[in-house]
Each structure stands twice: as C-alpha cells, then as structure tokens.
Design a protein around this ligand. Structure first.
Ligand code: PEP
Ligand code: MG
Length: 836
C-alpha cells in the first residue's frame, strides 16, 4: 500500500532538529517506509532519521512530497499529516538576549576614546580577564589522528554498536539529573546517537573498508556538509552538535588517550577565545575562572550560546580573533551590552570598566540584601511575592531571588518533549527535591496542563478544530485517570516534607472541582493503605482562567481552598482572542476596563467566600499593574524568578490606601487608553516626595581622574539610590548640556545640570574631588549636579541654579564648603544655603 502527502512547510525556521525529532519519533512507530522529498532542493531523505530529514533543507514555504509505503501506510499517513499540522504549535522562539540593542555606546564610554572590535552579543555583562585561546579540533584533525588498527568489518560493526550503546546509556543517565537547557541539549544529542541514517552511513563506510574511527568521522562529515548547505543559520549551527557527538563517540570507543585533551584547566580569571566550543567542552570548563567568551563562529542559537546565556557568562560572537595580536598576560575586556571586545585597554578604559563592574555588583547586592525581607507596601499591606517555575533549577534561582513560595509550578513541562510519560518515582523525586529547596515555604503544584499550545505526542490527543477550546488540562483527566492519580500521589508524597498545595488548571464548572476533590480523596485513601505519609490537610486550589468560573466562585469555594488567576488564559477566553496570535493582539487587552472589572469582581467574590486569591499569569509581574492589583486586594502575585527583586522593591514604595483609590477609579474609566494613562502616571506613592537633597548624594573626596568620570560616578550614584532607571541616558542628557557650554563657574566649582525624562525625583548631588580635574578651560574641585525631573515645577531648576551661583560668588561660602569636615557638616550647610 502506498500513500503520498504533499506538505508545505509552515515553520519559520524550517524543519530543524526539534521538529525533525518529532517526525522521526512518530515515523519510527510505523512499519511503513517513509521517504521525504523536498521539491525545491530535490534532496530526498528517510523520515525515520531526524538528520536525514534536516538534510533535505526544508525551509519555510518549501513544498515536499512524503511517500509512505507499507501495510500501515494509510493509518501512518493520517497520523503524520496530523502531526505536520501541529508542528507550528510546538515551536518556541529561540532564547535571545533582550537587554537593549547591540552597538549603543553610552557617551561616558565614548569619552574614554577607546578602540574596540564590534561583535555581536550572545550574552550581556562585562568581563575583564586574561585571554585564553582554545584551538578546536576539526573533522580533519580527527581524521589525522586515526589509530590505524582495523579488524574485520563485522568486528568493527560490533565495536561501533557497543560504543553507541555505551554513549547512549551515559546520556540517558545524564538526562535524569539534568534540568532545563542542559536537559534539552542532552536530548538532542541522544537523537543524533540513535539516528538510523547516521548509524547506517557509518556502517556503509565500514563495509567499504574503513575502520570504525574513520567511518564515524566520514559519516558525520557527510551530514555536516548537507547541514552546511542549508540556507538556514539555525540548521547550520547544529553541525557543532554533530562534531561534539563524533568526538564523544570516538572517546567512548577508543579511550580518552586517543585524542589530545585540550587544556581547559583554567587557573585564573580567563576570557576564552575559540572558533567554536562544543556544548560538552563548555560544560567541562571550571566556571569559577570563566569570566567571558568570544566564540568566532558560534550562532546565537547554538547550544553553547544558550548555555552561556543561562549561566550569565558575558559572550560575544562574529569576531575573528585569530587575526588579533593578544598578549597572554594582558587583560582584555568584553562588554556584552554593546557587543564589543577591547583587546588593548589603556588605564582609562580599565578604570571605566572596573568601576562599572563594581557599580553593577553593588546594585545586585543591594537588591539581594532586601529580597529576603517580606514583601509589603510602605504602610504594611502584605502581598506575597511568589515564583512561577517549571524545573528544580528555576526553583533554586527563584528562592535565591527572594521568592516567598512557588505560586505556580508548571508540572506539565516534565511530561513534554519525551516519548513516554514520567513515572511515579521520577515525579516523587523531582517534587520532593523542589520541596527541600522551598524549605517550608509554600509550593503550588499545578497539575498537568496538557493540550492547547502544549501538545504531548504520546498522549495522542488527536487533531482538534479548536485546541484551545478543546481537550485540555482538567478536561483530559477522566480520560488519563491513572496518570492524574499518579501525579496526585507524587504531590501528596512530597507534601509530607513541606508545605505543598495542589492547583487545578482550566476549571469551568464546579463539577470538575468536585471530581478532582474525589480523586484526591481516593488517592489519599490508597496511600494510607500503603502506609505512605502525606499532609492530610493539603490545600486544593483552582485556577481562574475560564470566565464561567468567575461567576461560580461561591459554589466552587465550597470545595476549593484558594484561587489563582491565570491571566494569560483568562484574557484570551474573556476576549475570545488567541493569546499567541499577534493579529488579534489589540483585542487581547489587559487595560480594558471590562477586564479590570472582572478581576476586581473575582477578588471581591473570593474574599467574600473567605478564601485567598493570587495571580500567576504574566500580569502578576507587570510594574504598571502592580499598584492596581495591590489595590484590588490580591493576596499573592506569582512571577518569573528574575522579576521578583524589582517587584518587591516597587511594592515597598507603594501606599496601600492610594492603591485602593486607584483601583476604584480605574474600573470606572471607559477606555483602555484612559486606563493606560492612569496606570502610567499613578499617584500611589506616599505623599512625602523624595527630598531634593539627601546625605547619600554628597560625595566627599571622589576619586575621579577627569570630568567624564565625575559625571559618570555621580550619575551611577543616582542609579544606586533609585533616582533614575536609565543612568546612561541621564548621563547623555548631562553631556548634551556640557557640549553647548562648559558648566564650570569659576573658583574651582562646576554646576552640570539637566532637565531630563530619565530622573524620577529631582535631585541635587554634590562631590568634592580628591584631586582637581579639567572642566572646559578651568580646574574644578567641587561639583554640584542638578538633575531635575521633566514633571517638576519649571522654575525649580533655575531657582537652585541661580541661588548656588550667587552663593558661590561669596568667598565665605566657598571656604565653608572647602573646609567642611564631613558629609553632615556639608549637608547642613547646603540645606541652609538652598533653603530646602
Ligand atoms: C495562565 O494562563 O495565565 C497561566 C498561568 O497558565 P499558562 O500560561 O501555563 O497557561
Ligand atoms: Mg493557563
């Protein structure tokens, strides 16, 4: 029997390793032979091999003929067609750095007149360290190291199979302990090792007289040739993974001594420069000494790049370092934000970056110093700030960032991207490790939310006309009863060692809650019989994501202990606007007064029923919405771990009564535009404005070597005290004024000033300098800096400027400043002078 599917590729990145893996796994469950022919390239491959599919170079919009031949061809064609249709849902955008565009150099940096090499950012941050060059082994290097011994072809094949099995076993073991990105990479490597086309290509080389060593390399080179011919950058970047696996396979078979071990033993802070670095080489580096990396030919989506970002290691690409003259003993600098490499920094540039690293560390420490304090408004209204996690690694990072609990554990992530569901021991182990990490803080396990945009191959949910409105989350549980019961058991087992809670996604009717409650009681019953300990009083909560549930809160509350708004889904169902479809993004509108009324109604109803309510959708992390949600009375906000320090800080600046007023006013507004305006300039901070002058803005004996350093250090100080969110742009604004005329006013004083959008509260800063600096055509040893907010009284700026200028004419005042013994004396003098 034979069937043909004509398929037009709908994936923007083409059929790369991940979708090819889905296709390969499905096709290997058929008896039928499946051939994949790309009509544009004319290349045909076997659909039972991911590499072979990738090698057809199927790009966006390419048309392919897929021929299925064999007894189950018809059934196979139906299943494959359904999978191909679903492929776009599986795609996630490659992780990219998001902090500002490459190439913008702040004025303060340009003033150092540095020379630099422009590259591209893979991962942001600054590193200063000695260069360490790593020469990568190429396929040709590997071929040249062939040990030469050869046995009969059958024996060579046995050697190969043993090697493949051993390496696969090793990777599968690793899979159990790896999390997040490392887990995904290990999975990708397993699919190369088990790829049928890769294995048979090696076999063919062996039959043609090659030994195992060169057969492996030649088969890998053939695949890389094809990958390299692809016009997709993403696909080309997979060649590094093939090289990685080739090297590992050779080492598994021939032993570590068969290949020269690249010296990756770092002994001091180092910036590694390499053509490319395979993921396993990268993982083998001692991160204690790894300050940064320059990878000349690594793409932004290569697995090494993804790892570098997840570990926060400053990394650049698109730099041909082999042509650079580098001295091993001389520090080089990477600045990941503008994406530059500085190979011969002079003292001024080094000073700039040493200062920059110190400032960034101070800010980091400052945030971390308070993240572990409970979150509350300045007048004491508590709002629990919790984390959304999907893995143990994320839990660890979130608690380091001050999470007061886990508000949403997206447990379905451990059901996805695999061929069979997890079993009880795996889940029980994972959950109890998360509980240990939470150390008594609450952890809300959201039971698996599968379906919609989170399909799982092995559950074979089947094709649906409207997956988001279909067989999803709680709706699937009666069908996968055993799986649901097994997950409840694993959560209950974890509840014996901490504060676990259960939360059910996509509840639309009270009956669903009652069914889940009954299941929970049944599972408890059988655990009692088995003698497995658990928390009998474990809380069962409900996600508010389907609008009908909001109008059933009183009856649901009879069976549920708490509620959490899944605002991502609630918004989509409220407005009937697909959360992933940018064409309806205007309709999917959290600022709409109708949506805000629904949120407030939900909060009021839950409180009326005597229960608590949180938010675990993206809205929970929005600084715009923070005062509003606080004012509506939400008890908990759950968000990604990285957002926690900022949100806790912002919460501490709010006045609860004002937030309540804001909530009252915004729900009465009539348009999203009005709500947006109200949320962007809300009156929610305590009446007392921040003082224009405070002791922390008086810097005595500042060690600055020139005018640029003075301006940067004073601006950085404003950032460290939360007066500006964008110190680079504030610095640019101050310099813009300096460019039109120097602000040195004589007698050793300068008054740089600006009226800027980038200062939140008008501030007067002052610095006495350890040594005078040149300022225009004068020498300056004392600086007053006026940074006035655009929203301030237009006369404020001039008032202080002219008072200061007038006072500085007087010798007495100048002497008092010069001879002030400490900050307190200076501060009192300034308060008096400016009449503040
Ligand atoms: C939500 O819908 O807001 C939510 C938190 O769940 P998810 O994004 O996982 O669907
Ligand atoms: Mg949801």
């Amino acid at each position: 029997m034979s069937e043909i599917i004509t398929y037009q590729c709908e994936l923007r990145d083409g059929i790369h390793a991940r979708p090819a893996g889905h296709i390969e796994r499905l096709c290997n469950s058929f008896q039928a032979d499946v051939r994949w022919k790309n009509k544009r390239t004319g290349v045909e491959g076997c659909a039972k091999s991911a590499l072979s599919i990738v090698a057809t170079d199927t790009l966006f919009n390419d048309v392919c003929d897929i021929t299925l031949e064999g007894e189950d061809a018809r059934h196979a064609a139906t299943e494959l067609a359904a999978l191909l249709k679903k492929l776009p849902d599986y795609e996630t955008a490659p992780q990219e750095e998001s902090s500002g565009p490459s190439g913008y150099l702040p004025r303060s940096l340009r003033e150092t007149q540095l020379s630099f090499i422009q590259g591209s950012r893979i991962s942001g941050g600054v590193a200063i360290a000695k260069p360490v060059i790593i020469y990568s082994l190429t396929f040709d290097d590997l071929l040249a190291r062939n040990p030469g011994n050869i046995t009969a072809a059958t024996q060579e094949k046995i050697t190969l199979i043993d090697g493949l099995e051993a390496l696969k076993g090793e990777k599968q073991l690793a899979l159990e302990i790896k999390q997040g990105v490392e887990h995904d990479i290990t999975q990708a490597h397993i699919s190369i090792i088990t790829d049928s086309a890769f294995q048979s290509a090696i076999g063919e080389y062996i039959e043609n007289g090659e030994n195992c060593w060169s057969a492996i390399i030649r088969a890998a080179m053939d695949f890389c040739d094809i990958l390299n011919r692809s016009s997709s950058k993403y696909i080309k970047e997979r060649t590094l993974d093939v090289l990685d696996i080739t090297t590992q396979l050779l080492t598994t078979i021939y032993g570590t001594e068969a290949l020269p071990q690249n010296s990756l033993e770092l002994t001091h802070p180092s910036i590694i420069l390499a053509d490319s670095l395979t993921p396993s080489k990268f993982l083998g580096i001692n991160k204690q000494w790894l300050a940064g990396m320059v990878l000349s030919s690594t793409g932004k989506t290569s697995h090494t790049a993804i790892l570098a970002r997840s570990l926060g290691i400053p990394t650049l690409t698109d730099i041909d370092f082999l042509r650079l003259a580098l001295e091993p003993q001389r520090d080089i600098i990477i600045d990941g934000n503008p994406g530059i490499l500085i190979t011969a920094p002079d003292e001024q540039v080094l000073r700039y970056y040493r200062h920059e690293i110190a400032v960034q560390e101070k800010m980091q420490q400052q945030m971390l110093a308070t993240v572990h304090q409970p979150a509350a408004t300045c007048d004491g209204q508590r709002v629990e700030i919790a984390a959304n996690i999907a893995s143990l690694t994320e839990a660890e990072a979130a608690f380091r960032n001050g999470a007061e609990g886990v508000g949403l554990f997206r447990t379905e992530m451990s059901f996805m991207d695999r061929e069979t569901p997890p079993d009880y021991p795996e889940l029980a182990e994972l959950y109890s490790r998360v509980m240990a990490c939470a150390d008594g803080k609450p952890v809300i396990f959201r039971t698996f939310d599968i379906g919609g945009d989170k399909p799982v191959d092995y559950l074979r949910i089947g094709e649906e006309e409207n997956p988001f409105l279909g067989f999803r989350a709680v709706r699937t549980y009666p069908h996968y009863r055993e799986l649901f019961a097994m997950q409840l058991k694993a959560i209950l087992a974890a509840s014996a060692v901490g504060n676990a809670k259960i939360m059910i996604p996509m509840i639309a009717h009270v009956d669903e809650v009652m069914w889940c409650r009954e299941m929970l009681e049944n599972v408890k019953q059988s655990m009692r019989a088995e003698g497995i300990p658990f928390d009998d009083a474990i809380a069962l909560g409900v996600m508010l994501e389907v609008p009908s549930a909001i109008f059933a809160i009183p009856e649901i509350a009879e069976h549920a202990d708490f509620f959490s708004v899944g605002s991502n889904d609630l918004t989509q169902y409220f407005f009937a606007a697909d959360r992933g479809n940018s064409q309806v993004a205007m309709v999917y509108d959290n600022y709409a007064p109708s949506f805000l009324r629904a949120m407030r109604y939900a909060a009021d109803e839950v409180h009326r029923a005597g229960k608590w309510i949180g938010i675990c959708g993206e809205l929970g992390a929005s600084k715009d919405f923070l005062p509003l949600l606080t004012g509506m009375g939400f008890d908990e906000l759950s968000m990604s771990g990285t957002a926690i320090p900022g949100v806790k800080h912002a919460l501490r600046e709010l006045d609860y009564a004002k937030c309540q007023q804001l909530a009252q006013q915004t729900v009465a507004l009539k348009s999203s535009a009005e709500v947006k305006a109200a949320l962007q300039t809300p009156d929610v901070k305590p009446a007392s404005k921040k003082p224009i002058l405070a002791p922390e803005f008086l810097l005595c004996g500042l060690e600055a070597s020139d005018k640029n350093e003075v301006i940067k250090m004073m601006t950085d100080n404003l950032w460290l005290h939360h007066r500006t969110d964008n110190r680079d742009r504030l610095c640019d604004d101050i310099w813009a004024r300096e460019d039109s005329f120097s602000t040195a006013v004589g007698y050793g004083f300068a008054i740089p000033h600006t009226k800027s959008d980038h200062i939140e509260y008008s501030t007067i800063s002052m610095a006495t300098l350890a040594t005078p600096v040149t300022w225009g055509d004068q020498q300056v040893e004392t600086v007053f800096m006026l940074t006035v907010s655009k929203s301030a009284d237009p006369n404020e700026h001039m008032k202080y400027f002219s008072t200061l200028a007038r006072k500085l004419m007087k010798e007495d005042f100048r002497n008092e400043i010069k001879h002030a013994e400490n900050v307190t004396v200076l501060y009192n003098l300034m308060i008096q002078t400016l009449n503040i």
